[in-house]
Design a protein around this ligand. Structure first.
Ligand SMILES: NC(=O)c1ccc[n+]([C@@H]2O[C@H](COP(=O)([O-])OP(=O)(O)OC[C@H]3O[C@@H](n4cnc5c(N)ncnc54)[C@H](O)[C@@H]3O)[C@@H](O)[C@H]2O)c1
Length: 270
């Protein structure tokens, strides 16, 4: 990461919003990365947070950090997904926000020339079928309330092509965009908004380790980012909190890019 980059504004100087007091938010993949940062942010804004994750240790830690509830869930299992949203409703009395975020990008998912059918199917299940199941489970509660915000995590790779392909991952995220758009249109008149979130690359420990070992690989990506740096997870979380809140009351059925300008770039600053 030798290129110049835009410094972040100091988060400590930002005013704390309390836009979600009394709302109940379900977050999948809450144990790590974007999900964890978002669970923290939603709790800081006053929401009751239900932390869903397949990893019990990480999920419990997230629930402790947010003062919320942990529910172990495999997001590919319909019964477990139903139980997750039921637990949110039974514990807190409503389901106002669903952040359907759990996802994987395993190394077996690579170029189409190398990727086998099993790897393809597994990624489709965890990244796309899970979003279908979570929306299907959340919508009945939201329809009864006449209110709700669903945010489904896609990725900037759903709107751009990469020569360093992860073919099933990219296709799954394209599916998330199309599904979210359609649901946003179908349920808008019932007070429910559905948006897809498209994060750019996030500065996770895994990514840092990978790129420390291979600086050429890091440079190959950083050169495309106008800001000259990857996102921090809490910058993605801030966008989710906005989409979850009434500040976004007219934001619906979008492909909401939080990518530091990558998708808009042709030539980037040196
Ligand atoms: N990190 C990035 O650069 C980036 C960029 C764009 C989009 N995304 C997307 O953001 C989402 C979160 O990514 P992250 O980087 O925070 O990932 P992460 O690996 O840090 O966290 C994912 C969490 O999901 C959980 N999980 C995995 N499979 C699950 C399952 N079957 N059921 C329940 N929980 C499961 C994991 O235990 C983990 O806690 C993913 O959908 C990912 O595709 C990430």
């Amino acid at each position: 990461m030798t290129q110049p980059s835009t410094p972040r504004p100091d988060a400590a100087e930002q005013p704390v919003c309390r836009r979600l007091v009394g709302r109940t938010a379900v977050v999948t993949g809450a144990g790590s990365g974007i999900g964890l940062a978002t669970a923290r942010r939603l709790a800081a804004e006053g929401a009751h947070v239900v932390c869903g994750d397949i990893d019990e240790t990480a999920g419990k830690a997230a629930a402790e950090a947010t003062g919320g509830l942990f529910v172990r869930v495999d997001v590919t299992d319909p019964d477990q997904v139903d139980a997750l949203f039921r637990a949110a409703h039974d514990t807190y009395g409503s389901v106002d926000i669903a952040f359907n975020n759990a996802g994987i990008s395993p190394p077996e998912d690579d170029s189409i020339l190398e990727t086998g059918l099993e790897a393809w199917k597994r990624v489709q299940e965890v990244n796309l079928t899970s979003v279908y199941l979570c929306c299907k489970a959340a919508l009945p509660y939201m329809r009864r309330q006449g209110r709700g915000s669903i945010i489904n995590t896609a990725s900037f790779v759903a709107v751009m092509g990469a020569a360093t392909s992860q073919i099933s991952y990219t296709a799954s995220k394209g599916g998330v965009l199309a599904m979210s758009r359609e649901l946003g249109v179908q349920f808008a008149r019932e007070g429910i908004r559905v948006n897809a979130l498209c994060p750019g690359p996030v500065n996770t420990p895994l990514l840092q380790e990978l790129f420390a070992k291979d600086p050429e690989r890091a440079a190959r990506r950083l050169v495309h980012i106008p800001a000259g740096r990857f996102a921090d997870a809490d910058e993605i979380a801030a966008a989710v909190a906005f989409l979850a809140s009434d500040d976004a009351s007219f934001v619906n059925a979008t492909d909401f890019l939080v990518d530091g300008g990558i998708a808009g770039a042709y030539v980037t600053p040196l």
